[in-house]
Design a protein around this ligand. Structure first.
Ligand code: SAH
Length: 395
């Protein structure tokens, strides 16, 4: 084994590591001793040579290294990796009672920076988002099979963040046969078809599980409007919960086709209307027709990929919430979401409050919504929190 390189930080730049924040920015690095390859383990020390962390080196990224372990005696070798993956999988064990679609590893929050692993029944999907996990993909695949007993692993390393790490996009099977078609999963009594090859993210919005269940519990006899429905997750949950009718809007014909197929798969007979349209236009149209709904879901795509897009994004979130509030019947509820990491919980609440004021309605906040427990947030890495939502009740 070649000697492990050392990454020495500028004086004062060790503060965030001492607070167990895992990202080491390029500007914090004073010198690199040795010749680490992309993804190699490096020993991070302060200006006084004191040990700070073991980290994975990423020479192309402005996040020059990501800390894997803050304990000198816990060097992240393959056995360490296997144990950390097994522990992350074990933490999700209880979810099998509700679903066979689970996020098994959520990057920094599980102490495995850049590694995403989702399970869909007997198929795993991995996303390697940083040089460190990319370099250890074989060891990761072995550890996943050991922890889950599943030997079908598909790689969807196609996220834009790979470019910032200097890594090419990579897709294909890592273990086992290529999935022959959609993977069928079952969550809270609803059957879904997940296209792990072409679907959004790794195929499905696993993160909205608890919010789908919340909606289902409120839906009996209600008129539901689901905006940005994609393959119909919220709509199907609401219909399964006894919704009187569900209107679902998305601009993607392909997504709506899957949604319709899932409706028949679930033998749902209640009226479901799948509308291919721009949500902004459709909401205007509905307002002009004076339509009313009892439950409205707004789960748009990420409007703010970074802080530079904040202004435009907050305007769009406000406009949507305002348009939805105008269609909400008295006593109705609005579930409004943002999955932009750059939009904080506080900011989102202010934006939605602005929409309530402009809509000239009285509304109360009934719940703050977030991703499910298989998408935890590290207490020392708040950047990991991305999905936030509010449930408002109109008086
Ligand atoms: N709520 C979904 C996920 C939404 S993803 C779920 O729980 O599964 C965002 C969706 O918004 C995508 O399906 C995309 O096709 C759609 N979309 C993006 N911009 C749109 C627009 N202006 N009007 C309608 N749909 C849009």
């Amino acid at each position: 084994m070649t000697a492990i390189a050392t990454l020495e930080l500028h004086p004062g730049k060790e503060r965030s590591l001492l607070r167990r924040h895992p990202w080491i920015y390029a500007g914090a690095v004073a010198r690199v001793t040795g010749r680490p390859a992309p993804g190699d383990l490096v020993r991070v020390v302060g200006g006084d040579q004191r040990f700070l962390a073991w980290a994975a080196f990423s020479p192309a990224s402005s996040i020059r290294a990501r800390a894997w372990s803050f304990v000198e005696t816990e060097m992240p070798d393959d056995a360490w990796l296997q144990a950390r993956i097994a522990a992350a999988v074990a933490r999700r064990a209880a979810l099998v009672a509700r679903t066979d679609a689970r996020r098994l590893v959520f990057g920094e929050a599980d102490g495995l920076p850049g590694l995403i692993v989702d399970q869909y029944a007997d198929q795993l999907v991995v996303q390697l988002m940083a040089a460190g996990v990319d370099a250890r993909r074989e060891a990761i695949a072995d550890a996943l099979t050991a922890a889950t007993g599943i030997d079908r692993i598909y790689e969807r390393s196609d996220a834009a963040s790979r470019q910032r790490e200097g890594l090419p996009s990579r897709e294909g099977t890592l273990r086992g046969a290529l999935p022959a078609g959609p993977v069928v999963i079952r969550e809270d009594g609803v059957t879904y078809q997940v296209d792990v090859l072409r679907g959004h993210k790794t195929g499905f919005y696993i993160d909205q599980r608890d919010n789908r269940r919340l909606l289902a519990g409120l839906a009996a006899g209600r008129r539901v409007l689901n905006c940005f429905c994609y393959t119909g997750g919220f709509s199907l949950a609401a219909l399964r919960g006894g919704a009187a009718e569900a209107w679902s809007i998305d601009s993607s014909a392909d997504a709506l086709e899957v949604a319709r197929a899932q409706q028949s798969l679930n033998h749902i007979e209640s009226p479901a209307h799948w509308i291919q349209a721009d949500v902004f236009d459709a909401l205007k149209q509905f307002a002009s027709e004076r339509r009313q709904f009892d439950l409205i879901v707004l789960d748009p795509p990420k409007f703010a990929p970074s802080v530079q897009h904040l202004d435009r994004a907050t305007r769009a979130y406000k406009q949507l919430s305002l348009a939805a509030l105008r269609l909400l019947a008295p006593g109705g509820r609005l579930l409004t979401f943002s999955c932009s990491g750059a939009v904080s919980v506080d900011l989102f609440q202010k934006v939605v409050a602005g929409a309530v004021i402009d809509a000239r309605v009285d509304a109360q906040m009934l719940a703050r919504l977030a991703a499910g427990e298989d998408h935890p947030m590290s207490m020392t890495h708040p950047e990991g929190e991305y999905l936030k939502g509010l449930m408002l009740g109109r008086l």
